[in-house]
Design a protein around this ligand. Structure first.
Ligand code: NAD
Length: 322
């Protein structure tokens, strides 16, 4: 029966499904991301038939060389920018991901970041904990409302369109969006208006939320020049991937109040943050936890397992990315 290397412990649900199907699992016992050397060492230890990997694992030609017997890498994430998919394709290696399982949870997290930033929740929490709050004040921690404001979605795929649904139906916001392709179902559902450029969305939106995949074409999609196109009262929300935003440029506009604030779940060089970011009171920061609910992480484990099981049953896995 096939033997799979699992690069880090994931919820038991997925591992149990694989074991029930008779697959043998070697699960890394390290409570952390394997270093490159650890990964190459672990993979070359046995002729594994497949690998279950995470978004924090860099998978490329060197990795494939370490374990030439492995014909499938099942990523425990919807994003797959951590994998050299072109190289995998050249070698006939199947790559799978976990789309859909986390859509609601990530959209809800983006909503939480929007509310935290605009209602200044994190700042209020810090004030309470500091022991220096002097009581209610008419000018204290004034934020902004969402009702009637405009949400600008960059990338109206699964997560972006779900967030827009919450904002439109729950908060009566107008929705505008930019995507490389139009999404007419989304337009009908939320009344969203399509713009043919990122710039136009940045100029008009009160809240800009990013939901594009990380590709060569989306690296620094939001750069210094584009940040300056945003309204001074606008907020930038990023739950996609850190490198989509030039984080150092974002720190500058937050410090100078060129924009009102930001809500971030992802960072350019995780787990580090750009110098000065954590001092920006107008930034709400979460540690890449947008998909971190118990049911969603179980759902991702189930999907990753289903992809592996289908592959070793000789079927086409449901979520192939190439
Ligand atoms: P999706 O594929 O359904 O949607 C992505 C959308 O972006 C698509 O509509 C696509 O056409 C559009 N797009 C691609 N290139 C673009 C470009 N250059 N400009 C504008 N639009 C472009 O993906 P999804 O399931 O909604 O996930 C989106 C991303 O969110 C993932 O790729 C992943 O990186 C990220 N993500 C982050 C977390 C987290 O924990 N923070 C969790 C899940 C997903």
């Amino acid at each position: 029966m096939p033997t799979i290397y699992v690069t880090r412990k994931i919820p038991d649900l997925g591992l149990a499904m694989l074991r029930e199907k008779g697959l043998t699992l070697d699960v890394s016992t390290k409570d952390g991301v394997l270093t490159k050397e650890e990964m190459l060492g672990a993979l070359s230890a046995k002729p594994y038939d497949g690998v279950l990997c995470l978004l924090t694992d860099m998978i490329n030609g060197e990795t494939f060389d370490a374990v030439p017997s492995a014909k499938i890498f099942a990523n425990y994430a919807v994003g797959f920018n951590n994998i050299d998919v072109a190289e995998a394709k050249k070698r006939g290696i199947t790559i799978t991901n976990t789309p859909g399982a986390l859509t609601n949870t990530v959209a809800e997290h983006a909503m939480a970041l929007i509310l935290s930033a605009t209602a200044r929740i994190a700042e209020g929490d810090r004030l309470m904990r500091s022991g220096t709050w002097g009581g209610w004040g008419p000018m204290q921690l004034l934020g902004s409302d969402l009702n009637g404001k405009t949400l600008g979605v960059l990338g109206a795929g699964r997560i972006g369109s779900r967030l827009a649904y919450h904002c439109q139906k729950g908060f009566d916001m107008n929705v505008i969006y930019y995507d490389v392709k139009r999404n007419e179902v989304f337009e009908k559902e939320t009344g969203a208006q399509f713009f043919a450029s990122v710039e136009e969305v940045l100029r008009q939106a009160d809240v800009v939320s990013i939901h594009v995949p990380l590709l060569d074409s989306t690296k620094h999609l939001i750069n210094a020049e584009r940040l300056k196109m945003m309204k001074p009262t606008a907020y930038l929300i990023n739950t996609s991937r850190g490198p989509v935003v030039d984080e150092a440029a974002l720190v500058e506009v937050l410090k100078s109040h060129t924009i009102a604030g930001a809500g971030l779940d992802v960072y350019e060089n995780e787990p580090k943050t750009a110098p000065g970011l954590t001092e920006c009171e107008n930034a709400v920061l979460t540690p890449h936890i947008a998909s971190a609910s118990v049911p969603t992480r179980d759902g991702m484990a189930k999907l990753a397992a289903e992809n592996l099981i289908a592959f070793f049953d000789g079927k086409t896995p449901p979520n192939i990315v190439q």
